[in-house]
Each structure stands twice: as C-alpha cells, then as structure tokens.
Ligand binder design. Structure first.
Ligand code: ZN
Length: 229
C-alpha cells in the first residue's frame, strides 16, 4: 500500500515537472521571438540612417541648385533649373516620407517588444515560483517517503520479532513443532478442523495464520494435499 502510494506521488511529480519543462521551453521560444524582433529593429534603424544621409545630400543638392539660380541668364536655363529643383524637392519629400514610415514602424515594433518583454518577465516570475513549488513538493514527498519507509522497516521488524518470540514459545510448549501444514482443512499439529472461512483465506496464501485450537503457525502446502488426494 505504501509503495503504491509512493508510486502515485512519483508519477504526480513527473507530470508536474513535465508541465514545468514545457513552460520553460515556451519561455525560450518567447526570448527567441524577442531577439528576432530586436534584430529587425536594428536593421530598420540602419535603413533609416541611410535614408537620412541621402536626405542630407538631397537637401544640399537643392540648396546648391537654388544658389545657382542667381547666376542663370536665360529663361530656358531658368526653366530647366527650376524643374531640377522641383524634382530634387520631390525626391527629398519622398525620402522624408519613407523615413517617417520607417519611424512609425520602428515605434510600433519597439512597443511590441516592450510588451513581449513584460510578458516574458511575468512568465519568468511565474515559472520561477512554480519551480520553487515543485522543488518544495518533491522535498516534502521525499521526507514523507523516508518516514514511511522507516515506519515500514519498524513494522517489519516488530512482526519478525513477534513471530520469532511466538515461534520460540510454541516450540517450547508444542513439542518442538511450531509451524505446521494444514491438509484438507485439518491442522497437522492438533488434527482439529480450521474454520472454513479462515481455511479459505489460508488457501489464498498471502497472510500468516495460527491454528485456533493449538495456536501453532499454520501454512498450506497444496502439493502434499494433491499427493494425499
Ligand atoms: Zn492445531
């Protein structure tokens, strides 16, 4: 019974640990996900810097063209230069739009990462608590197991001691014959009948009995009975 109890508890611990392992691996997944996000953000920030550098060049180009306007003489040259300036401005505006778009995306990702980090932190705390709890449970159960095992050892020793004492006493009182067989319900020490219910239990063979008449320790050996029958 105690062994079965211990097996059941061991199984429960195993289940708890399995669930915990799953959660820990989910944590690792979440961490990998965050790392992926952060890498993406780093790349986008790099792209943004490139665009910003381009932007500086484009603005410089526009300024350069604008200053050149002063030197232009003919209307045709002026028209051409004006168009160039307009194009450069348009180009710079597109560039700026791209930068704004990227900034918005980065902002979104950063807040997503922040949220993921918060979740991760909470989950980590929970898993740490859970781990602690499982460890405590295992410790308590192991203590209980030790106590139970010690108690069982004590019980076995008591039974053995009692049996030995009984055996010695019986040997003294019953002409050296302390343990006897039972054949067809009859005690082979005193040849009295064993009550049928007790005899049936004896036949199952998982318990020690004594003869109700002579108190000898009785057992049942089916081979001898078969031989007799
Ligand atoms: Zn007897």
């Amino acid at each position: 019974m105690i062994d079965l109890e211990i097996d059941k508890i061991d199984n429960e611990i195993k289940q708890e640990q399995l669930a915990l392992d799953e959660r820990i691996s989910a944590l690792a997944d979440r961490e990998a996900h965050i790392a992926e996000f952060q890498e993406k953000i780093t790349q986008m920030e790099k792209d943004k810097r490139t665009l910003e550098d381009e932007m500086t060049d484009k603005i410089a180009h526009v300024r350069d063209r604008q200053s050149k306007m002063m030197q232009v003489q003919t209307g045709r040259e002026q028209t051409a230069l004006l168009k160039e300036i307009e194009d450069a401005k348009k180009n710079a505006k597109e560039n700026e739009d791209k930068i704004m778009e990227l900034m918005a995306e980065i902002e979104k990702l950063v807040s997503q990462v922040e949220e993921e980090k918060m979740l991760l932190k909470g989950e980590k705390t929970l898993v740490a608590e859970e781990t602690e709890k499982v460890r405590d449970t295992i410790e308590t159960i192991n203590k209980g197991k030790k106590t139970k095992s010690a108690k069982r050892q004590k019980q076995i020793k008591e039974i053995q001691d009692n049996l030995l004492k009984k055996y010695d006493t019986l040997r003294e009182r019953r002409n050296g014959l302390a343990v006897v067989n039972v054949l067809q319900g009859v005690c082979q020490g005193c040849f009295m009948n064993i009550p049928p219910q007790q005899y049936n239990m004896l036949l199952k063979g998982d318990k020690i009995f004594e003869c109700p008449t002579c108190q000898r320790i009785i057992y049942h050996h089916s081979v001898e009975e078969t031989e007799q029958a």
